[in-house]
Design a protein around this ligand. Structure first.
Ligand code: CAA
Ligand code: FAD
Length: 381
């Protein structure tokens, strides 16, 4: 077992860290305050760096790197700005990867290649007002008419919505089928008549990442835009989420790492009772616990990524990584606020943003309860 990063992984880590610190970090707090997405910075530049298709083969415009490199990229972006981290994760894991995994050659050439190159952005529409954790409760419908499918329904809470050009959307093609049966996956392009965007959410955290509704009103798409086989959309969604959970786990890991570093730096500088607060065991032990949690999460995240790159089953590993990393991000960022005291509670320091950003990682791509359900079901089956 080798825990060292490869030369390629080290190069990617250094490159993304430099870019994140020099270009993403300076505006992170302001974008959060203004709830502003900056496409040029948060997506187009990722494309220029080869990150938007980092795991896909070069023949589809990708960089041909492994999933650990991808996890490192999301981690490094999220260490300074979790909104930028999720922009990449939602685009790559949720918008692009299902097309790579289930698309026809024509779909890969037409949709995946420009997405991998960073020319088009991706998003994923699964959640609905009445179907969140219970993704099999999808009510959006798709009805066949000649060479087209007609979509009707509403998706909510969709990351990258409004900005993305390509949407992978789940809809019910067999209204008589029960639960997860009779759902199919579709590729829908922005600008298709009958496809519009609804409410933009005002959020606690990741405020620089857009979250909106997708509204389908007799939206007609070509029959060729079905992704995978008719009736197998739930499996497309579940396999997509297996990979997506690695992205969110990496996002959570980055938030936790950023919060740990901010706490350590502050504790070494801040003096009370004539001594740096880091010299008080009460603070030093907190920092030690935070570091242990971050390192444990990192091992699980990289392990899940390793399995994803090496043809091993990773449903269980990605659920574990997502559960542990997200709960680590929440605990470590909350403790970082504590270490910074009153200053930590103000917007002068990034830890309050990190604490607000951390919370979403316990909710999206399956709540912590759903990760426990996936892990427990696999354990006891
Ligand atoms: N891979 C392949 N197939 C899978 C699978 C997987 N990981 N998980 C389940 N399946 C299959 C099962 O084998 C079963 O197949 P059969 O019909 O052949 O028996 C079928 O799917 C149904 O499985 P379950 O009975 O386990 O399904 P369920 O209805 O009980 O739901 C669930 C399971 C895990 C709770 C699922 O609904 C789920 O993951 N819910 C959470 C939804 C979620 O994560 N949404 C995230 C939206 S994206 C997002 O949030 C974006 C973002 O972060 C930026
Ligand atoms: P519910 O499912 O109603 O859950 C409410 C509570 O009940 C939770 O605590 C949950 O854990 C618990 N619960 C539910 N079922 C069980 C159970 N069986 N056992 C134990 N506890 C249970 N979705 C997309 O499709 N695409 C996106 O890009 C996307 N991006 C998002 C971005 C943001 C900022 C947000 C907030 C959400 C996003 N989502 C997206 C939706 C997200 O995946 C859902 O919010 C999430 O899956 C939970 O669904 P819900 O909100 O309906 O909560």
């Amino acid at each position: 077992m080798n825990f060292d990063l490869t030369e390629e992984q080290k190069l990617i880590k250094d490159m993304v860290r430099e870019f994140a610190e020099n270009e993403i970090a300076p505006s992170a707090s302001e974008r959060d305050e203004e709830e502003r997405f900056d496409r040029g910075l948060m997506f187009d530049k990722l494309g220029e760096l080869g990150l938007t298709g980092i795991v896909f083969p070069e023949e589809y415009g990708g960089a041909g790197a492994d999933y650990i490199s991808y996890a490192i990229a999301v981690e490094e972006l999220s260490r300074v700005c979790a909104s930028t981290g999720v922009t990449l994760s939602a685009h790559l894991s949720l918008g692009s990867n299902p097309i790579y995994l289930f698309g026809t050659e024509t779909q890969k050439q037409k949709f995946l290649t420009p997405m991998a190159k960073g020319e088009k952005m991706g998003a994923f529409g699964l959640t609905e007002p009445a179907a969140g954790s219970d993704a099999g409760g999808t009510k959006t419908t798709a009805r066949r008419e000649g060479d087209s499918w007609i979509l009707n329904g509403t998706k909510i809470f969709i990351t990258n919505a409004g900005e993305a050009e390509i949407y992978v959307v789940m809809a019910r093609t067999d209204k008589d089928a029960q639960k997860h049966h009779g759902i199919s996956a579709f590729i829908v392009e922005k600008g298709t008549p009958g496809f519009s965007f609804g409410k933009k959410e005002k959020k606690m955290g990741i405020r620089s990442s857009p979250t909106m509704e997708l509204v389908f009103e007799n939206c007609q798409i070509p029959a060729d835009n079905m992704l995978g086989k008719e009736g197998e959309g739930f499996k497309v969604a579940m396999k997509t989420l297996d990979g997506g959970r690695i992205g969110i786990a990496a996002q959570a890991l980055g938030i936790a790492q950023g919060a740990l570093e901010a706490a350590v730096n502050y504790a070494k500088e801040r003096k009370q009772f004539d001594n740096p607060i880091a010299s008080f065991q009460g603070i030093m032990f907190q920092l030690a616990d935070m570091a242990c949690m971050v390192e444990s999460a990192r091992l699980l995240v990289y392990q899940a990524a390793y399995k994803a790159s090496n043809g091993q089953s990773y449903t269980q590993a990605s659920a574990m990584a997502k559960l542990v990393a997200s709960e680590t991000a929440m605990k470590v960022s909350t403790q970082a606020v504590q270490v910074l005291g009153g200053y930590g509670y103000t917007r002068e320091f990034p830890v309050e943003r990190m604490m607000r950003d951390a919370k979403i990682t316990e909710i999206y791509e399956g709540t912590s309860e759903i990760q426990r359900l996936v892990i427990g079901t696999n354990l006891t089956r």
